[in-house]
Design a protein around this ligand. Structure first.
Ligand code: MLT
Ligand code: ZN
Length: 461
């Protein structure tokens, strides 16, 4: 990007806020991956769709790369700007634009935090159900860009399920109004759905209409300790058959060790290799009895070794903290993250295969397993040993990820379940998508963004 281009941008959009101080470039140039050195050329903070459109048109004329930017809580490098790009931050476009009581939709700007969306829905007695630990910092635009999942997918599905309409500035500068909140719309290709999960490579969301639903009935939270990984799927099948699950999350003793060292409270005594936090709807005493009966059955079968049922909201929050605090507790160890999925039915064999693989490849390295096991989604975090340099550690992890990708391919799984491909997993896209699919994906990108100005280098190698 030339100085002349920047001067032209400021001339065309005189109200546009532009930043270029070193601290700003550093702040806006990185996401929660810490592998790349941020090096954008400038940061633009538009306040309206018109300004976003103006920036994209300007970028096409000057052939400038744009990195769309939300809360930058992503874990795959999708919002990293390390090559002199213009970061287009949507953080000033963070308002609720409207609520429709008949359609039960909330229309928001993309920079609004997920937690603020939850709050706005609650004010109207309704629920926006997508939820995960980064709720306070991530933005809805980023959730849409990655089709974010989280802890309640088992009950409500991914972000994709909750988007009734999108206004998008495509890479070619066109403003598109996609689906307009319709429930039924059988009029050809659903371009709204194409935008969801496109990681900022097709267009920039400038407005989203979100579906809301009834708040769930009262729920209860239980922590279970399990003796083996095989027992995980047995306990899942047992609980799912008897209860209406809101969440079914697992983590290992290694994850627990880190989260306890980070200030969480131990809830079950003794050493157990695996844990599950489950939340289930419990509108009456009958469901509570059903939960206790399921628990007892699991103990009799030898699948469950211990458990605790939260007796208060505070205790439920403390149990959730054991699961939701994991990412933060691992951050100082510079984890290499894998976020993989297989069909739930394929999980037992897949778990067995990757246990063998990881034990062989990482005999002396801490590997932390956790995730949304009820959705077939595992987070496998490899912690950097102090003895290894960053570069050697990444090289070793890349080698193992290749083997993991081969195993996923064998099981029909995905190299990214909910974090996106970004920079981190672009070399492994072929393990999940066929050459024909990738060729079509590239063709679609070409249609929306012929000059490839939006998030270049992300998603495709
Ligand atoms: C989670 O499930 O906690 C998130 O996907 C974050 C992570 O994988 O670290
Ligand atoms: Zn997750």
């Amino acid at each position: 990007m030339t100085d002349h281009a920047i001067v032209d941008l400021a001339r065309r959009l005189p109200q546009l806020r532009l930043l270029s101080e070193p601290g700003d470039l550093e702040h806006y140039g990185r996401d929660w991956t810490r592998r790349w050195t941020p090096a954008p050329r400038a940061i633009a903070l538009p306040a309206s769709s018109d300004e976003v459109q103006g920036i994209v048109r300007w970028a096409n004329e000057h052939n400038v790369a744009i990195v769309p930017s939300g809360g930058r809580t992503g874990l795959s490098g999708g919002a990293v700007a390390a090559n002199g790009e213009l970061v287009l931050s949507l953080e000033r476009m963070n308002r609720v634009l409207g609520f429709d009581a008949v359609d039960r939709t909330l229309t928001v700007q993309p920079g609004i935090a997920l937690e603020a969306v939850h709050g706005a829905a609650r004010e109207h007695g309704l629920l926006y159900p997508v939820d995960f630990a980064a709720r306070g910092s991530c933005s809805i635009g980023g959730n849409i860009a990655t089709n974010a999942g989280g802890i309640r997918v088992i009950r409500y599905g991914n972000t994709r399920e909750w988007i009734a309409g999108l206004k998008v500035v495509a890479g070619n500068g066109e403003l598109l109004d996609l689906n307009r909140g319709l429930i039924k719309n059988s009029s050809g290709y659903d371009l709204r759905q194409l935008m969801i999960g496109s990681e900022g490579t097709l267009g920039i969301v400038v407005e989203a209409t979100l579906r809301l639903t009834d708040p769930p009935p009262t729920s209860q939270v239980m922590l279970l300790a399990l003796p083996t990984m095989d027992a995980l799927m047995d306990v899942f099948a047992l609980f799912r058959s008897r209860l209406s699950l809101q969440a079914f999350e697992f983590f290992t003793d290694v994850a627990l060790k880190h989260v306890l060292a980070h200030g969480a409270q131990r809830a079950i005594d003794g050493d157990h290799p695996y844990y599950v936090v489950t939340e289930f709807e419990s509108p009456d005493e009958k469901t509570q009895d059903a939960a206790l009966a399921a628990f007892e059955h699991g103990v009799e079968q030898g699948w469950i070794s211990d458990g605790v049922l939260a007796q208060s909201d505070a205790q439920a929050a403390a149990l959730w903290r054991l699961r939701e605090g994991i990412t933060e507790s691992l951050a100082p160890h510079k984890p290499y993250k894998n976020d993989v999925s297989v069909r739930i039915g394929a999980l037992p064999v897949f778990l067995h295969d990757i246990q063998t693989l990881l034990a062989r490849e990482y005999p002396h390295i801490d590997v932390v397993w956790f995730g949304h096991i009820g959705d077939g989604n595992l987070h496998i975090n490899v912690l950097k040993p102090e003895s290894l340099s960053d570069a050697d550690f990444i090289a070793q992890c890349e080698h193992v990820t290749k083997l993991l990708a081969d195993t996923l391919h064998k099981h029909g799984g995905s190299i990214s379940a909910e974090h996106g491909i970004g920079l981190v997993k672009r070399a492994y896209l072929e393990s999940t998508r066929s050459p024909a699919e990738i060729a079509l994906m590239r063709g679609i990108r070409q249609v929306f963004d012929p000059l490839g100005i939006l998030n270049p280098g992300k998603l495709f190698a």
